[in-house]
Design a protein around this ligand. Structure first.
Ligand code: GLU
Length: 282
């Protein structure tokens, strides 16, 4: 194995049981590493303590072993590394790239309605920038009064700082012009958990030297923001393999929230990993 060997990962959030779509993504990443004599890592993305549960983590490990996958130990458990993400956020904040946002979801929606709408990204309407324009005094006043706040990316400042934004490459769709305006001033540090999926995933992919990311199309737009964060944190941009989301027989996309058939229940019904593989797109 050389230094430039492929490193792939599967990075589930233990918010529920894995379904067939996860099996597809995990297997693709595993298989790709095998084919190229690279490495396959597993990472548990459990920073959202409101939604994650250690019981699901155990079930995920069982499901992946049932699928025939193995991975390097130790598995990185994100909740054990919160100070890493806080450090990364602090470095962005000190460079003047983040600003506190005191808005509630309702206030954001009201503001957008008053402005006659806003572009819609994969994470909802793009933030209208209300708190970007607060003065230092207004910020201090709100903080002194104990108001909760998130930290948002000041995208315009970030883009100025970066200069020429590089494109990124998706194996399905080819070279992509990086378009972070799709997500706008995204939340980088959430009020409730002290980090965000975006910051933690970019930090860890960099730390673990991931070269190839296999994940569902639902994260395609987020990749534009991830490239910006990689630039700001001095991290390389991996290659991406965004795959179409699997759907059930009625064309509904598989998701934990719509109770899609889980690997656990399929296994209990006697389905084998080979049966699953027959259903995967070629
Ligand atoms: N943890 C994320 C999820 O389960 C996936 C992260 C990724 O593959 O980038 O949705």
């Amino acid at each position: 194995m050389t230094d430039s060997a492929t490193v792939t990962r599967f990075a589930p959030s233990p918010t529920g049981n894995l379904h067939k779509g996860h099996a597809f993504a995990a297997f693709q990443a595993f298989h790709f590493a095998r084919e190229t004599e690279g490495r396959f890592l597993l990472r548990i993305e459990d920073i959202d303590f409101n939604r994650c549960d250690p019981e699901h983590t155990q079930q995920i490990l069982d499901d992946l072993r049932w699928l025939g996958l193995d991975w390097e130990e130790p598995v990185r458990i994100q909740s054990e590394h919160l100070e890493d993400y806080q450090r990364a956020a602090e470095s962005l904040r000190q460079q003047g790239l983040l600003y506190p946002c005191f808005c509630t979801r309702k206030e954001i929606l009201r503001e957008i309605e008053n402005a006659g709408g806003a572009p819609h990204g994969s994470e909802g309407p793009v933030y209208p920038g209300t708190c970007r324009n607060l003065s230092e005094e207004e910020r201090t006043e709100k903080m002194t009064a104990g108001a909760d706040f998130a930290l948002r990316l000041d995208l315009a400042t970030a883009l100025d700082r970066i200069g020429d934004l590089p494109p990124w490459f998706d194996t399905e769709k080819g070279e992509q012009t990086t378009r972070p305006e799709l997500l706008g001033d995204a939340v980088i540090v959430r009020k409730d958990i002290g980090t965000s999926y975006h910051l933690a995933v970019v930090h860890d992919d960099g730390l673990q030297g991931i070269t190839d990311i296999v994940r569902g199309d639902d994260l395609f737009e987020a990749t534009h923001l991830h490239v910006v964060l990689q630039q700001l944190l001095g991290l390389p941009t991996p290659r991406y393999h965004h795959h179409a989301l699997l759907t059930d027989r009625d064309g509904e996309r598989l998701a934990k929230r719509n109770q899609s058939i889980t690997l656990k229940s399929l296994r209990e019904q006697g389905v084998t990993p080979e049966d699953l593989k027959k259903e995967w797109p070629g």
